[in-house]
Design a binder for this molecule. Structure first.
Ligand SMILES: C[S@@+](CC[C@H](N)C(=O)[O-])C[C@H]1O[C@@H](n2cnc3c(N)ncnc32)[C@H](O)[C@@H]1O
Length: 227
């Protein structure tokens, strides 16, 4: 099914992005962690440890988990945790062909808690993927985009090679700008093309003729983070 391009009244990076990111970086995020997220976190860490504690990859907002399977196959010497808040998506058919890699686990959790639990536990991933996050394209929804969310400083503090992809250029321009602001490392939005989509959304957008965008940076973990 064809997908419509993102429609937004925003024509560039949101004028309040830098202020919002600075505010979040300066203000500890104290929302209490829900018990079900703590249990999910512990389960995923136990699965990772049982598998030998290989360098960790986070597939955040993994949906049906096709990208988690692809990342696990592409990185057999890593362990991939696919995290999504939707039980329904996590249990749906991924359209994966062949035997599934076993260097992965799936977990139902709210990332707003999951990222902070990782940070509190001092578990720093080698890679973090944010593949086609919900764009929240209305101007008033800036704070719902991951880079406008109060949890963003925790994502940056976790470090590792971080990659975010979207079919909305402005999302990636904002993500890159916020990353640069907090990490001090130069990051930019680049066009992304592939013949081998690794997620259902990537596949759908390519089939609909959308341009794809991504930003990537190898972050240094900021282990002194106290947010
Ligand atoms: C647009 S879909 C993309 C799914 C997948 N990455 C793909 O490319 O096919 C965004 C996903 O993020 C998940 N998500 C959104 N907010 C979340 C949160 N706070 N915690 C965990 N998952 C979340 C949604 O349930 C959804 O599966």
């Amino acid at each position: 099914m064809n997908s419509s391009p993102i429609a937004s009244s925003q024509t560039g990076i949101h004028e309040h992005l830098a202020t919002l990111v600075a505010k979040h970086a300066a203000t500890p995020f104290r929302k209490p962690v829900a018990d079900y997220n703590r249990r999910a976190f512990e389960q995923s860490v136990a699965a990772w440890c049982k598998a030998g504690s290989a360098p960790l990859i986070l597939d955040t907002g993994c949906g049906v988990g096709l990208s988690t399977l692809n990342l696990a196959a592409q990185h057999p010497d890593h362990f991939v945790i696919g995290i999504d808040q939707s039980e329904d998506r996590l249990t749906r058919n991924t359209q994966w062909n062949g035997p599934e890699p076993d260097n992965l686990c799936f977990i139902r959790a709210d990332l707003v808690d999951y990222w902070r639990l990782l940070l509190d536990a001092g578990i720093f991933p080698a890679r973090q993927y944010l593949l086609y996050p919900n764009p929240w394209p209305k101007t008033a929804h800036l704070a719902r985009r991951w880079h406008g969310h109060a949890v963003f400083p925790a994502i940056v503090a976790l470090g590792g090679a971080i990659e975010c992809r979207s079919n909305w250029r402005i999302y990636i321009e904002e993500f890159a700008s916020a990353l640069t602001q907090l990490s001090g490392q130069q990051t930019s939005c680049e066009a992304y093309a592939t013949d081998a989509p690794i997620t259902p959304f990537e596949r759908k957008y390519l089939a609909s003729g959308h341009a794809l965008w991504r930003c990537r940076v190898a972050l240094l973990a900021q282990r002194a983070f106290a947010g």
